[in-house]
Ligand binder design. Structure first.
Ligand code: F6R
Length: 366
């Protein structure tokens, strides 16, 4: 059942080249080229003319939603708000006809997300589901949607569902951006061919596993960890921190890298490992200076960089290389080493990786 892997989580991490290929199959064509999402095409007018998108989700799915915000804003120029479903449902939120509410959920059964959708429906919004579990409550309640086709996710810590959600939102943003005339032809082609290459690049990113085990040994007895990222990779920092908390019980926080100096820098000393996602071309110099600030305070820096990167590799204690891609697609690659890192740290600490204490796979009560 675990396909030769020690845990479901490890199997699911390694399945990602395949699950993402499944997610994109039939939806993406290099030759034409096109991006086709049944749910989006069916409601094209409503979605394309939406005044704004409201993304509602919990936990890891909420992190995928934050990446969605960057994607829709950057590629399709659609205003987006990302909400914790648990907050949205109790806030008397301003939701109107013309709004599209996108629910992200692996299980399709999360009580808070379902309740937020019921509320949005009453207020006249169109509901779109990005769901893994076929035929689940959220899939049934929404007007339209797209399955991510990740297959059953057994490990409590979500991995392949996260990348599936991000890939789906990426396809949606590219498709809408193109239809709305916000993406020039050449960039459209480039994004499609890069997306097509993502499964093979994840395969390559997974090769860092031996190195990750080595780094995991260095971190496993620490009390805290800090994750930093910017732009598209800020939500990946949040996700890396959540993965570590959930399965290894090490306290971790994710921050936008530039926020460090507004508080968290006070925590940095020789005991603090800082995991920095440093793949963004657009804020490269700024991330370099964040790393210098950490090193000046004797923090341990683990940097996730683009293959061939030199400057950061010389400054960081450890560097993990991932393949280059277009910036909006980097989260699909940068999250891979963070998933592996949390997994191996948890195993070394003797934790129950697939069923961490106090957690359930789907939270069907408040
Ligand atoms: C994280 C995790 C949870 C879920 C959250 C939402 O690894 O498993 O944070 O992401 O409970 O669940 P779904 O996506 O099923 O609505």
């Amino acid at each position: 059942e675990k396909g030769g892997y020690e845990h479901f989580m490890l199997k699911e991490i390694h399945q990602q080249p395949q699950t993402l290929a499944d997610c994109m199959r039939g939806r993406l064509s290099l030759e034409a080229p096109y991006v086709k999402l049944g749910g989006v095409d069916e409601y094209e007018k409503t979605i394309s003319n939406a005044k704004r998108f409201i993304i509602a989700a919990c936990g890891t799915s909420w992190h995928a939603g934050l990446i969605g915000e960057y994607l829709f804003e950057d590629l399709a120029r659609i205003p987006v708000e990302v909400e914790y479903a648990s907050e949205l449902r109790y806030r008397n939120p301003i939701i109107q006809e013309g709004d599209v509410v996108i629910a992200l959920s692996q299980s399709g059964e999360t009580a808070d997300t379902l309740a937020a959708l019921e509320l949005a429906k009453d207020k006249g919004a169109m509901l779109y589901g990005v769901v893994n579990a076929v035929g689940s409550s959220i899939a049934r309640l929404t007007d339209a949607g797209s399955y991510i086709h990740a297959g059953p996710e057994i490990g409590v810590a979500s991995t392949k569902a996260f990348t599936g959600q991000v890939a789906l939102l990426t396809m949606m943003a590219i498709s809408l951006g193109y239809k709305r005339g916000r993406i020039p032809n050449s960039y459209f082609h480039k994004l499609i061919s890069e997306l097509h290459n993502i499964p093979a690049k994840i395969e390559r990113a997974l090769r860092c596993e031996e190195q990750i085990k080595y780094i995991a040994k260095e971190i496993k007895d620490r009390q805290n960890a800090l994750y930093l990222g910017r732009g598209f990779n800020f939500p990946v920092a949040l996700e890396g921190a959540l993965k570590l908390k959930e399965i290894s019980y090490i306290h971790a926080e994710g921050y936008p890298a530039a926020e460090m100096k507004h508080g968290p820098i006070a925590l940095i000393d020789e005991e603090m490992p800082v995991i920095v996602i440093a793949t963004n071309r657009s804020a490269y110099d700024k991330v370099v200076s964040n790393i210098q600030e950490v090193k000046a305070r004797k923090g341990m820096v683990i940097a996730v960089v683009t293959e061939g990167e030199k400057t950061i590799s010389e400054m960081a204690d450890y560097t993990i290389e991932i393949p280059d891609t277009e910036e909006p697609l980097t989260p699909l690659l940068s999250v891979i080493p963070l998933q592996l890192l949390s997994y191996h740290i948890a195993v070394m600490r003797g934790c129950n990786v697939d069923q961490p204490r106090n957690l359930a796979k789907s939270v069907t009560v408040e």
